[in-house]
Design a protein around this ligand. Structure first.
Ligand SMILES: Nc1ncnc2c1ncn2[C@@H]1O[C@H](COP(=O)(O)OP(=O)(O)OP(=O)(O)O)[C@@H](O)[C@H]1O
Ligand SMILES: [Mg+2]
Length: 234
């Protein structure tokens, strides 16, 4: 579904991604794990059109999307749920969700999409009129997920959804993400919570200093010496 071929991305003269290649198939959860500053967010921004790669190719559903503006990437069927959630705190839950349907095609169907999201995340229906800034961290993450679904994506890229959440909330968010995959939405999941992520992901890539250093099926990676030592503290 998504193929990334030899992407190089820079901030000015500083290179952040080096010849990075990976793929995501439909109906997979693929994880990208790595520590602070490894380049995870940079990759998502490169895919969603916020950064332009200096070289390399990105193909989504057989179409080139590298270098395309963000709205075109959303239109192609990719939704980016950003690090830190980025909600509008003084707007209601419903208004925040509607912000995810800004493309004409999605806007026409926004009533129907809202109903679907409320079915999937009933807590958002209950809090529809509440200001987003007054929600708990877990509820805010659910709004961010819901907003990302309003564009009816085929692939959701989710940047560190577990960040700052209590363990029970992390379980719930990961469970929701598995549910999305089971509904046929492919997931590209960026995380520092390596153990939990490998437990729900089908495959994973490990990124260090802007390079993929390891890739494989999640259960293989969980028993990999390097992962156990560097990321699981075993
Ligand atoms: N706007 C920017 N300008 C210059 N350098 C940046 C910018 N954003 C990130 N970088 C650098 O690019 C590298 C990768 O950063 P990135 O934010 O992609 O890491 P990350 O893996 O998402 O880390 P974290 O887990 O902390 O979110 C780091 O060396 C970082 O300092
Ligand atoms: Mg990041």
């Amino acid at each position: 579904m998504l193929q990334i071929h030899n992407i190089n991305t820079f901030y000015g003269k500083a290179q952040a991604l080096y010849d990075l290649s990976l793929s995501v198939e439909a109906s997979e959860i693929v994880a990208l794990v790595g520590s602070n500053g490894a380049g995870k967010t940079t990759l998502l921004k490169t895919l969603s059109g916020l950064l332009r790669p200096a070289s390399g190719r990105v193909v989504f559903l057989e179409k080139r999307i590298d270098g395309r503006p963000s709205y075109a990437v959303v239109e192609a069927g990719i939704s980016h749920i950003p690090e830190g959630r980025r909600l509008f705190p003084d707007m209601s839950v419903r208004e925040n969700l509607e912000m995810g349907a800004y493309l004409q095609r999605a806007w026409k169907q926004k009533g129907e999409s809202l109903e679907e999201i409320y079915r999937l995340l009933p807590v958002l229906k209950a809090r529809e009129g509440q200001l987003a800034g007054t929600l708990s961290g877990g509820e805010q993450q659910m709004v961010a997920l819901g907003r990302g679904l309003m564009s009816k994506p085929r692939l959701c890229m989710i940047d560190e959804p577990s960040s700052g959440l209590a363990p029970v909330m992390v379980d719930e968010i990961f469970h929701i993400i598995e549910g999305l995959r089971d509904q046929g939405i492919a997931i590209f999941l960026v995380e520092q919570n390596v153990r939990h992520t490998l437990e729900i992901a089908d495959r994973a890539y490990v990124i260090e200093n802007g390079r993929i250093i390891l890739a494989g099926k999640s259960e293989q990676l969980l028993s990999e010496e390097l992962i156990r030592k560097a990321y699981l503290g075993l």
